[in-house]
Design a protein around this ligand. Structure first.
Ligand code: ATP
Length: 232
């Protein structure tokens, strides 16, 4: 199993108040698969994704990604794990405004162990002709495509997407989902994506529905819907 999460718990303490965010979560995902985590706001989706990606730590339980016991890593090992294995895509693109599209991607390629070529990745996201533009000269959908190229260029073993279409209109969202499906096919990248939009779940091999810090449903899709056919 490529991702294996067992009995994961996490609480946050603010002053006297303790909020239990994950209550014994278990999930798994095969190599090369697209998984979706579906659930309402505040249900613990980002916390789960961040622990899998080594941005946050659990209180107890285990996360194993490609045979790496993430929950046992030291802080330094977690930094290497994030840099070498994980690509992150967030709702907001976090591009560096005074660098061009090409340079935004190059920054990541330069610190990667076995990066893809910048032009190959830009071509895959359909932005090769905009390589010398600055982020502010692009639409929101195009900026998100740059952030996908930036996450993919390092040749990550796992791509983690937190509401990647959250800031986009329907047409741009569908383009982004199509692109993620293409990246999964073309580079064989395993993708785990958070959304609160249940229409998106059709494009995934597996869907985990989260409610109040618990997995309440696991759906295995026999047929995967091409993103261009998704409607909402
Ligand atoms: N650093 C933190 N300190 C305190 N509470 C936190 C922290 N991070 C998250 N929480 C709380 O944990 C709960 C789950 O948050 P999380 O972001 O994982 O949910 P989510 O399902 O991703 O929500 P959304 O879809 O709104 O992003 C929320 O009640 C949130 O307020």
């Amino acid at each position: 199993m490529f991702i294996k999460v067992e009995n994961l718990t996490k609480s946050y303490k603010t002053g006297e108040v303790t909020t239990t965010v994950l209550k014994g979560v278990a999930m798994e995902l095969h190599k090369g698969e697209i998984g979706v985590i579906l659930g309402p706001s505040g249900s613990g989706k980002s916390t789960l994704l961040n622990i899998i990606g080594g941005i946050d730590r659990s209180d107890s339980g285990t996360v194993i990604v490609d045979n790496i016991k993430v929950t046992k890593l030291t802080d330094d090992e977690l930094t290497d794990y994030r840099r070498d294995f994980i690509g992150f895509i967030f709702q907001f693109y976090n591009l560096i405004p005074n660098l061009t599209v090409g340079e935004n991607i190059e920054v990541v390629a330069n610190i990667s162990k076995s990066p893809f070529s910048i032009d190959e990745v830009l071509e895959a996201v359909g932005l090769l002709d905009k390589k010398n533009r600055f982020p502010k000269e692009l639409s929101g959908g195009e900026q998100q495509r740059v952030s996908i190229a930036r996450a993919v260029v390092k040749n990550p073993r796992l791509l983690l997407c937190d509401e990647p279409t959250g800031a986009l209109d329907f047409a741009s969202s569908r383009e982004i989902l199509k692109l993620l499906q293409n990246i999964n096919k073309r580079f064989g990248t395993t993708i785990l994506m958070i959304t609160h939009n249940s229409a998106i779940s059709g494009m995934a091999g597996q869907v985990y529905r989260v409610r109040s810090g618990e997995i309440v449903e696991r759906i295995m899709n026999e047929t995967i819907i091409p993103a261009e056919r998704i409607e909402w």
